[in-house]
Design a protein around this ligand. Structure first.
Ligand code: ADP
Length: 606
């Protein structure tokens, strides 16, 4: 757009060469006109002087011849004589007496002519000098050049002889001369135009090169270095422009590098950073912040932060921060795309170099996982305490009864001790499961696994053997649906424990007479173990949560069955420690299918 403007601008203006050319031409024109005019006027004066000298010379020649006409007392008209002489010399000749009376004229009848004493050239001659005048002649009605000489005889003036030629004769001579002067001037001008063109182009060329360089600098291309033109001032300008370009390049590079570093720092930050101005408009934000709102950072620039977050608490936090300029932090829950996020938000006032508030910087931490882990930890502690307290309360109750009542009643004592034993077993189970879970959850649990190629058919067979007795007690049969060996790179004992847990649940939550099927297979690079039962099933709302620690669909029933609520959590963690996962499908009243997916090959566990 800028470039367009620039072009439009330069389109209206003329190039420098154009101005230089016409200026030079104008100067040349003025000079030539001045010289022509001066030469013309010099010529004109020269011609007039020549004419005067010529007239004077002729007058002197004729002086002697005409004297007799003046010396006569009653003079005869000298007209015929003068007419002859006039024709001979192509000159008007007038003879005038001392009184100014015209005694003879070569062109007019003298007796008709008025007194000529007042004619300037005659008056001058009558005073004894040479009278010269260029004026209009009423007699012959032409512009004439007159020269009048006093005629002397024996030491006294006896009359005046006047010679005249028309100026037209001079004009014609001058006209011919002017024509030649004009032609010369025209050729000189033509030459001057050519030279102007050459000089203008030569002078404009280095400026054009400087302009091209400046335009490239304006576009941000600083690679060009300008050549130093011959004129000193332009060479200095080129030098200054080169220095300016080098400095600008260095500064822009520094700014770009600092900006890139800043962006790299901001974009590698886990915390979201948003800068807003005083009106709450987003100035910039980093990748982490943009990720929170599901778009690229550039998409948010200039938007009102309020319209992006659409959250009252967030808006209030930002508003209060902008108004007070005081550091604040808060946990704000944001609902987006059907899920909620807990954002720990801090604000820092943004100031310019003069200390004036520009806006605010928000540093946002997504603490959703952290808070949920904290909640889980709290829940876990309370669940463990609760799980342990129940059997402990029972044990305490029965032991107190035995202490108070004594051990006389052997039947009752035996029954009580059996109950105590059952609760101790339960406590033991809980502790065992917690320890197993803790082992699995430990970060380097995977490193401690004794991984080896494991035939899952043998694993399910071993697990079945362990659970057969328990199943038989409920008239439940466990069938194996295995074919070709299914291999996984795994810790066989742990996988066996996981299958035992699944079988244990299947037996617990199935009615007598039902069948449990254990099968193995492969699925998208994973080796799988499925445990399918025809038990009570799990309602869909509980299904996603059954792998959580202590989560039980029916607490009373689970406890009654000796469950700890940790069995499936252990299965999940065993699968995850191998780089695998678990799945559960179920239909209430029809049965459930639990599957363990383990990587089939070694590298996939790495
Ligand atoms: P528990 O020790 O209570 O069995 P688990 O973690 O093994 O704990 O299982 C969690 C819950 O999932 C159980 O309390 C039960 O409600 C449900 N459950 C697990 N396996 C089955 C199954 N095969 N059929 C029906 N419900 C099951």
């Amino acid at each position: 757009m800028e470039a367009g403007k620039e072009e439009g601008h330069s389109g209206k203006n003329r190039p420098l060469a154009w101005f230089l050319f016409w200026s030079y031409l104008l100067i040349a024109l003025l000079c030539v006109a001045g010289v022509a005019w001066y030469s013309w006027s010099v010529m004109k004066h020269y011609y007039i002087d020549q004419a005067r000298d010529m007239l004077k010379a002729r007058a002197l020649i004729l002086e002697e011849e005409l004297k007799p006409f003046l010396m006569d007392d009653s003079p005869l008209s000298a007209d015929p004589q003068l007419r002859k002489l006039g024709q001979l010399h192509s000159t008007r000749i007038t003879l005038i007496s001392l009184s100014g009376k015209v005694i003879g004229d070569s062109q007019e009848a003298s007796w008709q002519m008025d007194n000529h004493a007042a004619r300037p050239e005659v008056a001058a001659a009558l005073e004894g000098g040479t009278g010269v005048s260029t004026r209009y002649s009423n007699t012959v009605q032409k512009h004439m050049v007159y020269v009048a000489l006093p005629i002397q005889h024996e030491g006294g003036m006896i009359g005046v002889l006047r010679m005249a030629i028309p100026v037209t004769a001079l004009d014609e001579a001058l006209k011919a001369m002017s024509g030649r002067i004009l032609l010369g001037a025209f050729f000189i001008l033509l030459l001057a135009a050519g030279v102007s063109m050459m000089v203008s182009t030569l002078l404009a060329r280095p400026l054009q090169a400087l302009t091209r360089g400046a335009t490239r600098y304006a576009r941000g291309d600083f690679s060009l270095r300008l050549a130093h033109p011959a004129p000193k001032e332009l060479a200095r300008l080129a030098l200054a422009m080169n220095q300016m370009a080098a400095q600008l390049f260095e500064r822009i590079s520094t700014i770009t590098r600092q900006k890139n570093e800043m962006e790299a720092v901001l974009s590698s930050m886990m915390e979201g950073v948003i800068a807003v101005d005083k009106k709450g408009l987003i100035i910039s934000m980093n990748q982490a912040a943009a990720r929170l709102f599901g778009r690229q950072p550039a998409a948010f620039t200039g938007l009102l932060l309020e319209s992006v977050t659409r959250n009252k608490d967030f808006s209030r936090f930002v508003q209060e921060g902008l108004e007070s300029g005081v550091f604040k932090e808060a946990d704000i829950t944001l609902y987006m795309g059907g899920s909620s996020k807990i954002l720990h938000t801090r604000n820092v006032a943004l100031h310019d170099s003069d200390g004036a508030q520009l806006g605010m910087l928000l540093v946002i931490n997504d603490v959703t996982r952290l808070r949920s882990l904290e909640n889980m930890r709290r829940d876990f502690v309370s669940n463990v305490s609760h799980e342990i307290r129940t059997p402990l309360t029972a044990i305490k109750g029965f032991v107190e009864t035995l202490v108070n009542d004594g051990l006389e009643d052997k039947d009752q004592s035996g029954r009580f001790l059996e109950i105590v034993l059952r609760h101790v077993d339960r406590l033991n189970n809980i502790v065992e499961d917690l320890l197993a879970l803790s082992r699995m959850e430990h970060e380097d649990a995977r490193k401690k696994l004794s991984m080896q190629p494991c035939n899952l058919n043998q694993v399910v067979q071993a697990a079945r053997s362990i659970c057969l007795q328990k199943a038989a007690a409920k008239q439940i049969s466990i069938t194996l649906a295995t074919g070709e060996p299914v291999m996984a790179f795994a810790d066989c004992n742990l996988v066996e424990q996981a299958v035992v847990n699944l079988l244990d649940n299947a037996i617990k939550y199935s009615n007598p007479g039902s069948i449990i099927t254990l099968s193995t297979g492969s699925d998208e690079g994973y080796s799988t173990i499925c445990c399918e039962d025809q038990g009570i099933g799990i309602a869909s709302e509980h299904l996603p949560r059954v792998f959580e620690r202590f989560y039980r669909v029916d607490k009373a029933r689970s406890r009654q069955m000796g469950g700890t609520g940790l069995g499936l959590a252990i299965v999940k963690h065993i699968a995850q420690a191998h780089g695998g996962f678990v799945k559960a499908q179920s239909e209430l009243g029809r049965g459930s299918v639990f599957s363990i997916h383990l990587p089939a090959r070694q590298e996939e566990t790495a």
